[in-house]
Design a protein around this ligand. Sequence first.
Ligand SMILES: Nc1ncnc2c1ncn2[C@@H]1O[C@H](COP(=O)(O)OP(=O)(O)O)[C@@H](O)[C@H]1O
Ligand SMILES: [Mg+2]
Length: 251
Amino acid sequence: MSVKISSKNLNLHYGEKHALKDVNLDIVENKITAFIGPSGCGKSTFLKTLNRMNDYVNNVKIDGEITLDGENIYDPRVDTTVLRKKVGMVFQQPNPFPMSIYDNIAYGPRIHGIKNKKKLDEIVEKSLKAAALYDEVADRLHTSALGLSGGQQQRLCIARCLAVEPEIILLDEPTSALDPISTLKIEELLMELKDKYTIAIVTHNMQQASRIADYTAFFLVGEMVEYGETKDIFSMPKDKRTEDYITGRFG
Ligand SMILES: Nc1ncnc2c1ncn2[C@@H]1O[C@H](COP(=O)(O)OP(=O)(O)O)[C@@H](O)[C@H]1O
Ligand SMILES: [Mg+2]
C-alpha cells in the first residue's frame, strides 16, 4: 500500500469562511477513496485542493500542504498545467465540449502538442475503450458529442480525462445526474480503472461509497471527522457523528 496524495494540516478559507479545518488524510495509490458528508461540508472544496482548482477562486487562502508523490503541489515552482495533466477531474454535470466525440478526446493531447493524426486516432480509440464507450460510438466518432445520452456523455468525459494520461482521477458526484443503469456502468468502470489510476470520488450516495470505495472519509462542516477502510466506516464507525450520519439521523 503506497500513499499517492497526502493532505497535511490543510486549512482553506473563502474570505472569512473557514471551509476546511486542519484536514489530514492520505490517499492510497490504485484504490478508490470516497468523500462523504452532508451538503456544504467541504467535499468539493477538498477535492479541488488536490489539483489546485481553487486557485481560480477569488479571496481563497490555503495553508498546509498537499503532497503528490512526496512533492508539495502548492510549492510556487509547481506548473499547474503539468499538475492538472497528472490529476484529472470529472464533474457532476457531464460537460462535453460542443464538438465531435473524436475532437473531445483529442482536445487535451492536441494542447499538449500531439499533432500526428495516426497517434491521435490511437489515443481516441484507446481512451474510449478504457472508458467502456468505444463500442457504442465507434461508428459515429465525427458526430457531435452533445448527441450522446447523459451516461455516455459522462463516460466521454472520463475518456477525455484519460486521454492525457493522468495518474489520479478526481470525480465530483459524477453520477448524481444519471439514471441507475448509467450509474452502475460508471461504478463498474471506476472499479476497473483503479488498477491503473488512483481515484478520489465525492458522493452523497452512501450506497455508492460502500459499493465501490476501498476507503471512505466522512466530512462535517469543514472537518474530516473520520477516515478508514470503507467496510469499517460503515459497520463500526468510531465517531458518534459518523454513526449518526451513516444511520441516516441527519444530512
Ligand atoms: N467559491 C466560494 N466562495 C465562498 N464560499 C464557498 C465557495 N465555494 C464553496 N463555498 C462554501 O464552502 C463550504 C463548502 O462547500 P463545498 O465544498 O462546495 O461543499 P460540499 O461539496 O460538501 O457540498 C460551503 O459552506 C460553501 O457555501
Ligand atoms: Mg460539492
